[in-house]
Design a protein around this ligand. Sequence first.
Ligand code: CS2
Length: 502
Amino acid sequence: MNLPRLDPASLPALRGKGITPTYDRGALAPGIVHLGVGAFARAHLAVATEAAITADPAHPDLRWGIVGVSLRQADTRDALAPQQGLYTVVVRDADTAGQPRQSLQVIGCLTRLLVAPESPGAVLEALAHPQARIASLTVTEKGYLRAPAGTGLWWEHPDIVHDLAQPQAPRSALGFLVHALALRRQRGLGPLTLMSLDNLPSNGHTLRGLVLALAASVDSGLALWIEAHCAFPDSMVDRIVPRTTDEDRDRLAQALGARDAWPVMTEPFIDWAVEDRFTAGRPAWDAGGARFVAEAAPWERLKLRMVNGSHSAIAYLGAMAAWDTVDRAIAEPALRACVQDLLRHEVAPTLPALPGLDVDAYRERLLARFANPALAHRTQQIAMDGTQKLPQRLLGTVRERLAAGAPITRLALAVAAWLHYLRGVDEAHQRYPIEDPLAGELAALRREAQACTSAEDRARVFTRFGPVFGDLADHPVLVSALAQALQSLEQRGVRATLEACD
Ligand code: CS2
């Protein structure tokens, strides 16, 4: 069927009522500059911002248009420029009878798209725009350029070296932020709120440390100015947003009555706990599911350990067993039981009590989210970048459990599943690449481990990998738990290992 492209002209004819923007998009100010305008930000930040703009439909708050910046690829801009930034959020799940259902919303607040490598100057100017108030980031764990074996900035990283030499044309998110703040200061403009929306513990605090370190090496006065004037609220973000497929696009076109080249697929659930510390105002994001909290770190810990920790466990076990998607994997009774026990007995006891939180209900709702059959979230997608994810998702919990003398059987199985995954071939003999910024180091580590004859020695070698295990190197209880899990995965496979998990 010959359907029109989604764009401002096609809006009036779209199927479905009340799914398109009602305010004057052309009047939106460029108040938010978002670095890393991938699927997650478009299904989370932009959805909450759209709700905030229209919280009072009679008086839309037009301060909050989003300028989306891609730091590497041009694909998002190429797809969305012909649509003038319009795209569809497709919320999918199944009804009580198991029938798939979906609801659609066309988002209007993404008003401009930039590709940093093509026009770094335009990105700096967007951040230095007098009407910009917030710079937000979803650049993934590896985008923060933290030193592999430490907590500070990775000074030797080629992008940092480049950004110090080329202030007019940075490459990294940190480089753009620091050099744009220098421009704002020079021009006598106000400061920005810098808001990380990535799955990192104390993400605002972490961002602050990195920005201040880089700024201090550019100009110590700049670092002092940023410290005194910019805010870095911590936030916990939660929404499952799988990669969009061609089939998703085709299905959406039929439902919408227009072709959208760059829609996002997500679940009904959305959560966002963000500290209410904004230096130049903020949208009423609570109209779109956000909660303003005094301290976000405990919510981040809950989310990283429960949601992301179990997600990574499912991803590695599922990928090895050739269970392609999260819902397929969690439908395996032995995997579900193992994840449930991991959450209940090994993760939950390490969590702080939080006002209004019923951790059992949180866990059961999480398992229902994972079981959503309409998302088809690929285990291989979640499996990428393990070195960047495991420390905050699983190893912090391991560390605390070990210090308390508490059992770590299932946590060790999850970590061992990652180590096992590094062999690059699943139980159905399918090969896959190891996508990780430290892939070279991991390949060398695996070679070293494979040269050992006992599982115990192999596990010991793995624990000496500083960027992931840090001070847990050679920990005897961890080594023995990992050795047992690794041996079972290697010899008996995922299913039998899970079935034997008591
Ligand atoms: C996932 C997350 O890809 C991953 O690593 O664990 O993207 C996860 O879907 C979100 O954090 C859920 O909020």
